[in-house]
Write a protein that binds this ligand. Structure first.
Ligand SMILES: Nc1ncnc2c1ncn2[C@@H]1O[C@H](COP(=O)(O)OP(=O)(O)OP(=O)(O)O)[C@@H](O)[C@H]1O
Length: 673
């Protein structure tokens, strides 16, 4: 697997001309130092110099080391790159499985907690002329008791936020559903409640006290940056349901100069799978939190608000913010998953007499109430498992059909409480969170009771919400187990990400070195294309390098073409053997004619020959060192003057010149023996 992918990756930068190699090829041998990052990495002096700047004078220095790239080092480097790439692949695999483990644990937690969760937030008292004599509601962590006119009613919630609850506390509870959106589920957060109870405050917040939407936007980008195995793209769309029509809050003005509301009426399309799309809705890609909040602020400014008796800036519409999440994992053949994350600030339910609305504001109030009651009807139909769910009665319910509606629907497809605790994917789909807002005032107790009844209906869509004590404990234990699993998986993920960063750094270092060496090998065969200024040097590269290296390294330096090769060593061994044989035969048949063949010219003045003749069995004194000397001599000879005869040619005693030489040898040798 590595070979194919590895090679592609390795050679890709070469095609680019490599900013690094473009300047000048580098030394593969230079002095190697251990990298401070670990044993895998070595730094090459020349390489470091050359990467400083392509124009720097140091390039020439590194350029001179070019011609020496030991083969074993190249292989070692190749092996290191291969190992590191393999390590990255296995780390990625590990990251994917840990992420999957975390996703599953989170999904199970949300399933056990409920695909539709209903929270309640009680707004604080503020200085108004409303009476604060009796507080009609008393708050417990998951329960609210409403006392009014001698009656007492209890309403259960998944979580109750008392008056003093901060924006942060609310967001902490919202966060898991947001992560679920990042994991690929359709998610919907809806703020519901009487007018003036703090829906916009919870969702939008203020400059100092940002609400759910700005916090969610920030968290989305933060979480996405941590999930390195997956790449995310986000886009934002905003619309309002105003007087029963849809308005695109981010639509550009026809002139294209600024973005203001295009008072158009958008159409809703539902495909065969039940997926909802809004025709022509502006979708702006957001690459970071700053851009996201800029667009969000733009949209909210355009939203319709008016003054009423109850709220100075009452929202006269339902505002829907949609974040579309495009998610692409790094698994081979992975496809982009798309999920929708809706954040909805509903218009407040209102008693029209109380708000004192007239004219347009009255119509707006009526429209809001109508669509809220359509939402109530949808929930009621889902609860009663009716075949027909009246989504089409309002634009609001049509839009939320595949988010809010699907969450309800999935629950209705037969998940008993038991299966919620045990199954892997009890509700593998949409999650919905309803934040019900109520007023603490006694005179609002009627609306408060209405809101609670609405919330109860929504909550009752989930089966067996009111659990027995032992089932509750079982559920809590399972949730804490899963939370522990999730925490462990996250910690492991972090460790793997850290490890991967280190390995990726080492890989890039080694790849760079490999590419440099690869370039060097290529340079042996052809002159590389050089940037301006290096062109002249390049064409003369071998000579220049050789001279410079000789200058720098003195006599010990041996250019590559002078280093013995396997073939030359074999020739040398064969020649030595022949010389041995000849010497033996010279001693035994001293005066007979002789025939010398091989690549060595034979001269009695040659110390090698003398030694062999004196001691034919002892050859080690001239062993290795001598071989290179012979090679050197041969090279020098060939460099200085062309050889008188081809080396392979047999020298026989029939050659008159040689006969004379051999005759002299024989005479001298007979004197010696
Ligand atoms: N928890 C809170 N803490 C402090 N101030 C709050 C809180 N909730 C609401 N408020 C304040 O109460 C006022 C009304 O709140 P907001 O506009 O959010 O109500 P709303 O439910 O959105 O009303 P409408 O349905 O009419 O739009 C605002 O001035 C808001 O700042």
């Amino acid at each position: 697997m590595f070979t194919s992918t590895g090679q592609e990756e390795i050679f890709l930068p070469l095609e680019k001309g490599g900013e690094s190699t473009k300047s000048c090829p580098l030394d593969g041998v230079g002095s190697m130092k251990s990298s401070p990052l670990g044993s895998h990495s070595n730094f090459i002096d020349g390489e470091l110099l050359a990467f400083e700047s392509p124009e720097s004078p140091s390039i020439q220095a590194s350029f001179t080391d070019v011609s020496v790239v030991p083969e074993h080092e190249k292989e070692q480097l190749e092996q290191t790159v291969s190992n590191l790439e393999g390590e990255i692949l296995s780390l990625k695999q590990k990251l994917r499985s840990l992420d999957e483990k975390r996703r599953q644990a989170l999904n199970k937690i949300l399933d056990i907690k409920g695909c539709i969760r209903v929270f309640c937030r009680v707004r604080p008292f503020v200085l108004t002329n409303k009476r604060r004599i009796h507080e009609p509601i008393s708050v417990e962590s998951e329960k609210i008791v409403v006392k009014s006119g001698g009656s007492r009613k209890e309403f259960g919630f998944d979580k109750v936020f008392p008056q003093e609850a901060s924006q942060e506390e609310v967001f902490v509870e919202v966060e898991p559903i947001l992560r679920s959106a990042l994991d690929g589920h359709n998610v919907c957060i809806v703020a519901y409640g009487q007018t003036g109870t703090g829906k916009t405050f919870t969702m939008d917040g203020t400059g100092n006290l940002p609400g759910v939407v700005p916090r969610a936007l920030k968290e989305l980008f933060h979480q996405a940056s941590l999930m390195s195995a997956t790449s995310f793209t986000f886009s934002i769309s905003m619309l309002e349901v105003y007087l029963g029509n849809l308005r695109d809050l981010l639509a550009p003005k026809p002139s294209g100069r600024s973005y203001t509301v295009s008072r158009c009426n958008l159409n809703i399309q539902t495909d065969s799978k039940g997926s909802v799309e809004i025709e022509g809705l502006t979708e702006v890609q957001i690459s970071n939190f700053t851009k996201a909040s800029w667009w969000y602020t733009k949209g909210t400014r355009v939203r319709s608000t008016s003054w009423t008796n109850v709220n100075e800036a009452s929202s006269r519409s339902h505002c829907l913010t949609r974040i579309t999440i495009y998610r692409l994992g790094d698994a081979p053949g992975a496809k982009t998953e798309v999920s929708k994350f809706w954040m909805v600030d509903l218009g407040g339910s209102e008693r029209l007499l109380k708000t004192g609305a007239t004219g347009q504001t009255l119509d707006e109030g009526r429209a809001i109430n109508l669509s809220l009651s359509a939402l109530g009807d949808v929930i009621a139909a889902l609860r009663r498992k009716r075949g027909h769910v009246p989504y089409r009665n309002s634009k609001l319910t049509q839009i939320l059909r595949d988010s809010l509606g699907m969450a309800f629907l999935l629950l209705l497809l037969g998940n008993s409480n038991e299966s919620l605790l045990n199954s892997e994917n009890a509700c593998d789909g949409s999650k919905a969170l309803m934040l019900v807002h109520v007023s603490p005032y006694e005179e609002d107790v009627g609306e408060t009771t209405c809101s609670f009844t609405f919330a109860k209906r929504a909550r009752a869509v989930e089966f067996n919400r009111e659990l027995q004590e032992d089932s509750k404990k079982l559920k809590e234990r399972r949730i804490s187990e899963l939370e522990e699993e999730m925490r462990e998986a996250e910690e492991e993920c972090q460790k793997v990400r850290n490890q991967m960063q280190k390995v990726e750094f080492l890989l890039s270092e080694n790849k760079r070195r490999f590419i440099t060496n690869h370039q060097l090998l290529e340079d042996e065969g052809r002159t590389p294309a050089s940037p301006k200024g290096c062109q002249k040097e390049d064409s003369r590269m071998p000579q220049t390098s050789e001279k410079a290296i000789k200058r720098r390294n003195g006599t010990n330096f041996m250019p590559r073409f002078m280093v013995s090769t396997v073939a030359s060593r074999q020739r040398k061994d064969a020649a030595e053997k022949q010389i041995d044989d000849r010497a033996r035969s010279l001693r035994s048949v001293s005066r007979s004619s002789m025939q010398i063949s091989g690549s060595q010219s034979l001269s009695y003045s040659d110390p090698h020959f003398k030694a062999i003749v004196r001691n034919p069995n002892k050859k080690s004194r001239y062993g290795e060192a001598n071989s290179s000397t012979t090679e050197n001599a041969k090279c020098n000879d060939s460099d200085s003057k062309p050889s008188a005869m081809p080396r392979a040619k047999a020298v026989t005693s029939s050659d008159p010149n040689l006969r004379a030489t051999l005759g002299r040898h024989r005479r001298r040798m007979s004197n010696l023996i």
